[in-house]
Design a binder for this molecule. Structure first.
Ligand SMILES: [Zn+2]
Length: 61
């Protein structure tokens, strides 16, 4: 029997929910309408309720 090497997975991503209860990030996919980058390098996603939620994304130009 051969043992297959295990993939090293990144740590579990935290799910994010908007204040309206809509999951803007389910751990894998961002469920937002629009993405924007603030001047202080924080990425935000626009929920369907039109609220902006900061997302765990780092943008490197
Ligand atoms: Zn919302």
């Amino acid at each position: 029997m051969t043992q297959t090497a295990k993939m090293v997975e990144p740590g579990p991503r935290q799910e994010l929910q908007c204040l309206c209860g809509h999951p803007v990030f389910d751990g894998i996919v961002f469920r937002v309408r629009v993405l924007r980058l603030r001047p202080d390098n924080v990425t935000e996603g626009k929920c369907r309720c039109k609220r902006w939620n900061p997302l765990p994304l780092t943008y490197t130009p």
